[in-house]
Ligand binder design. Structure first.
Ligand code: GDP
Length: 296
């Protein structure tokens, strides 16, 4: 199964829902537009985006005489694609680069670090993984497993050590090894909290000060958390000024619209999407392909 199929399978629910609107065989009338808007909301896009997208599409349909399902669908794909921010720089391709991964527990930070390390290795880059989640011993061990899997050096310290000091060490090692890519996993909590944000702000500050390469702060967000994910993203962005996001678990029960909502609200680029638990299950984000997978 190709990577794109994985995503399409994951988003099949939202696609089915939208296809129902397009292929009901009825008139493109008031009910049609209401139904479309409802389904965009149900697909996790949020009320605001759903309304704007529906209004724009409706205007375009009237102006350009779009009446058939395929034409309306193509116009919707194009309209949704425009909701996504474009990245000025890709922190995983444009190296040297240091990336701090933030997000709540279970979002997929460690897994994503591991997948990216594997890709860097395949591309012949020198990558270093840093375990700055010193809150949970299991998190350190898990990153070590990913280090073995991707044949990548992992810098760790014992549990309880100040995460900012781990970052300092990681950067020192990266300089010694002339690393191309430095990926640092940080601690999450079950929910966002002021204490977590303070800790992470310090980690970001120390890393930025010490690193002799661009430092990006990337939020990893689980698409299956739906609209709650949007609130999380806002809190992290307010506290840490994110550079971009990675949306995980788009292979599962996610409806996918949350990616549209976050991009729209925070104007942040999506660098990658996670479509499974394995080393290869990470894709570069493409706005048109993603929108097409959402819509059909
Ligand atoms: P962290 O606490 O943020 O570091 O999250 P982990 O990396 O430990 O991931 C939590 C769980 O989500 C693990 O069981 C991962 O295998 C799983 N996971 C991560 N990314 C994906 C993804 O893209 N798809 C699926 N299906 N599972 C994922």
């Amino acid at each position: 199964m190709g990577m794109f199929d994985r995503l399409k399978e994951g988003l099949s629910r939202s696609r089915q829902a939208l296809n129902e609107v397009f292929y009901m065989g009825g008139e493109v009338d008031e009910d049609f537009w209401e139904d479309l808007e409802d389904r965009l909301v149900m697909g996790d896009m949020g009320a605001e985006v759903a309304m704007q997208v529906t209004d724009d599409l409706r205007e375009q349909a009237a102006r350009d005489g779009l009446t058939t399902a395929p034409k309306l669908r193509e116009a919707l794909v194009a309209r949704l694609s425009r909701e996504f921010a474009t990245a000025e720089r890709d922190p995983f391709d444009d190296t040297p680069s240091c990336v701090l991964f933030v997000g709540i527990n279970g979002a997929g930070k460690t897994t994503t670090c591991g997948k990216l390390a594997g890709k860097a290795k395949d591309a012949g880059k020198v990558c270093i993984l840093g375990a700055a989640d010193t809150f949970r011993a299991a998190a350190i061990e898990q990153l070590e497993v990913w280090g073995e899997r991707s044949d990548t050096q992992v810098i760790t310290r014992e549990r309880g050590v100040d995460p900012a000091s781990v970052c300092y060490e990681v950067i020192q090692q990266a300089e010694k090894d002339s690393a191309d890519l430095v990926l640092i996993d940080t601690a999450g909590r079950l929910h966002t909290s002021p204490e977590l944000m303070r800790e992470l702000a310090k980690v970001v500050k120390v890393t930025r000060k010490r690193a002799n390469m661009p430092v990006s702060v990337v939020l990893v967000i689980d698409a299956t958390t739906g609209q709650n994910g949007l609130n999380q993203a806002k809190e992290f962005n307010d506290a840490l000024e994110l550079d971009g996001i990675i949306v995980t678990k788009l292979d599962g029960t996610a409806k996918g619209g949350i990616a549209v909502a976050i991009s729209h609200d925070l104007n942040l680029p999506i660098y990658r999407i996670g479509v499974g638990e394995g080393l290869d299950d990470l894709q570069t984000f493409d706005a048109t392909s993603f929108s097409r997978a959402l819509v059909g």
